[in-house]
Design a protein around this ligand. Structure first.
Ligand SMILES: C[S@@+](CC[C@H](N)C(=O)[O-])C[C@H]1O[C@@H](n2cnc3c(N)ncnc32)[C@H](O)[C@@H]1O
Length: 251
């Protein structure tokens, strides 16, 4: 470990903005070898470097873009919840929940039979937006919980399902974080990591921060999680279903 993440200022302000809240980035040879670029973006977010990998934190000021109709077409929540196999009555952690693009439909699906969504995020501003949206929707099946970078506010083996949507590329310490996911997933439970393809796309986070499916699978394995082959989700994302090792299959 090389200690604290290093703040890297990037010239993302010069890039075209998109309705999804990100800017397209130029290609770099490897997400692990990209060099810092001078400049700063207050609008898009902050890109950090740790051990030669960049991780990009989404700026909560752009939270509305995570809730756009365009995004709903690109990443239909119902398709993602099907892949997660979310069912009524389950306890589901939505980690890195943001303003609740997935958490609210998830609560509709699992809440009917007493299920709950434990919506965790490190950004208090995101949790505030989520709480407001939940109050407006009149829902009660969602708890908004403050999370730490590598620590989840959840009990051991307490979750039937864990959703990590557009989160892997933001992690500072993926192995420590995923060990936490392994801790909170119950035996026989299922997780889903959904993230951006590691190639240039018209929208999405900086290419240097993206996590290829093979890398995601290796991170999951290092945390004692077994990954199924990645599948395409919409035009620009992939999904990897995972479960704890030693279990034949997720239920
Ligand atoms: C790109 S947004 C995605 C939000 C939501 N999952 C969605 O798909 O609409 C990523 C979110 O993850 C949160 N986040 C970043 N690192 C985190 C961590 N280590 N633990 C929990 N949340 C984190 C950010 O604050 C942000 O709200």
């Amino acid at each position: 470990m090389s200690g604290r993440p290093v703040l890297v200022c990037r010239d993302v302000g010069a890039r075209a903005r998109t309705a999804a809240g990100f800017s397209a980035r130029p290609a770099v040879p490897s997400p692990f070898r990209a060099r810092p670029i001078r400049g700063i973006s207050a609008e898009v977010g902050v890109t950090m470097e740790h051990e030669h990998r960049h991780h990009h934190k989404f700026n909560p000021a752009n939270a509305a873009r995570l809730l756009s109709g365009e995004r709903a077409q690109m990443l239909p929540p119902a398709d993602v919840l099907d892949l997660l196999d979310a069912r009524p009555g389950q306890v589901v952690a939505d980690v890195g929940c943001g303003p609740g693009f997935f958490a609210l439909p998830l609560a509709e699906r699992v809440g009917a039979q007493g299920g709950r969504v434990l919506a965790c995020d490190t950004a208090p501003a995101m949790l505030d937006i989520l709480r407001r949206r939940v109050a407006e929707a009149g829902g009660s099946a969602i708890e908004a919980l403050q999370s730490e970078e590598s620590g989840l506010p959840l009990a051991d083996a307490s979750c039937d399902r864990v959703l990590l949507a557009c989160l892997l590329h933001e992690l500072a310490f993926p192995e420590a974080f995923l060990a936490e996911v392994s801790r909170v997933l119950r035996p026989g439970g299922r997780g889903l990591a959904l993230d951006w393809q590691a190639r240039e796309t018209p929208v999405g986070p900086p290419l240097a921060s993206r996590v290829a499916p093979d890398t995601a699978a290796a991170w999951l394995a290092a945390a004692g999680l077994v990954a199924a082959p990645a599948v395409d989700v919409g035009p620009y994302a992939y999904g990897i279903v995972f479960h704890r090792s030693g279990e034949m299959r997720a239920q």
